[in-house]
Design a binder for this molecule. Structure first.
Ligand SMILES: [Zn+2]
Length: 130
């Protein structure tokens, strides 16, 4: 049996925010209140390109992805204390990536594939669902 190949594109939009958190269960310095310049990426996948108009040849306009993340940055993430603003007891990168993914799911970002959160220059996490 021959498998018919399907094509797929995955695009991403980066975002950044400044925020404080602490990890109450950590056995090291992360249990103290501290801040990061967080970076994130929203990944959107699609298997068809828009056929006509201003967005011809795209699966989604990057600017449209930005419209979905902006209210989250304004209301919960940028210059907030994440333990309070998100309601996460233990806002690890893992917890935060999942929280952002589920918020984007709630507001129906079409083609949502994954959310990546980078806590430092060398450490980060990507969350996705099967
Ligand atoms: Zn931290």
């Amino acid at each position: 049996m021959t498998k018919i190949a399907t094509q797929q594109w995955i695009i991403y939009k980066e975002f950044t925010f400044e925020a404080a958190h602490l990890l109450p269960f950590h056995d090291g310095k992360c249990s103290r209140l501290h801040g990061h310049s967080w970076k994130g990426k929203i990944y959107v996948k699609g298997n068809t390109l828009i056929a006509q108009g201003a967005k011809k040849g795209m699966i989604m306009d990057y600017g449209d992805i930005k419209k979905y993340i902006k209210p989250l940055l304004d209301d919960y993430l940028d210059h907030y204390y994440l333990n309070e603003s998100t309601g996460l007891e233990n806002p690890t990168s893992e917890a935060l990536a999942k929280w952002i993914y589920e918020k984007l799911e709630d507001i129906n970002l079409p083609g949502l594939y994954a959310v990546e959160i980078q806590e430092t220059c060398t450490s980060g996490c990507k969350y996705l669902k099967d």
